[in-house]
Ligand binder design. Structure first.
Ligand code: 5GP
Length: 208
């Protein structure tokens, strides 16, 4: 069995990544969504171990010291990081593992594991992004402002992603993300064992 594919999904805060990932998990098998650790406070409705592992700064820094994270970054005053053990275990089990992380983390993962697929999700327009952030009602106005400023910075890095997906219609977007990831399985480099085997087998015909 081939190992699973590591997929990073990034996008501006308010791009609808959370909903998109939730729907992807419901609709298709074979994905494992990594749960990150963070020092930010839980939002209403968020549960420890489901949306995030909510940690103190001290606990988080201990994970860094013990090399327990695939990557970590700071985002608007807080730490966010990907615990290593779960990712490794799920990839070994053949699952495609999704990391929903911001752009600095995405680049760190790509440098460490160059065959990672980087996918960027964006709303159809900047206006729509602001509407979604304000409509969510989970952040005070100054945090929304910081997140919109951060979106402006992040937009610079969109070009270095492998795929850009516009999240207009949720179902359509889920299916697009699924088909991109599935197509990745057919790259020759991800099927090296089969490739070697059939090349070897074909050599037999040279002898007759
Ligand atoms: P939020 O506070 O809205 O849940 O997340 C803020 C940003 O942090 C989002 O862009 C989200 O994708 C990113 N993020 C979540 N988990 C991680 C992580 O483990 N590592 C990194 N680098 N970013 C993360």
């Amino acid at each position: 069995m081939n190992k699973g594919i590591l997929v990073v999904v990034s996008g501006f805060s308010g791009a609808g990544k959370g909903t998109l990932m939730k729907r992807l998990m419901e609709k298709y098998d074979n994905y494992a969504l990594s749960v990150s650790a963070t020092t930010r406070a839980p939002r209403e409705g968020e549960a420890h171990g489901r949306e995030y592992f909510f940690q103190t700064q001290e606990e988080f820094e201990k994970m860094i010291d013990h090399d327990e994270l695939v990557e970590y970054a700071r985002y608007v005053d807080h730490y966010y990081g990907t615990p290593k053990a779960y990712v490794e275990e799920q990839l070994e089990a053949g699952k495609d593992v999704i990391l929903e992380i911001e752009i600095q983390g995405a680049h760190k993962v790509k440098r460490k594991f160059p065959d990672t697929v980087l996918l960027f999700v964006t709303p159809p327009s900047a206006e729509e992004l602001r509407n979604r952030l304000e409509g969510r009602g989970t952040e005070p106005p100054e945090v929304i402002k910081s997140r919109l400023r951060r979106a402006n910075e992040e937009a610079e890095g969109m070009n270095s992603y492998d795929y850009l997906v516009i999240n207009d219609d949720l179902e359509e977007c889920v299916d697009t993300v699924h088909s991109i990831i599935q197509s990745e399985h057919y790259r020759p480099g991800r099927n090296q064992q089969f490739l070697n085997q059939i090349q070897q087998e074909l050599k037999v015909f040279m002898k007759s």
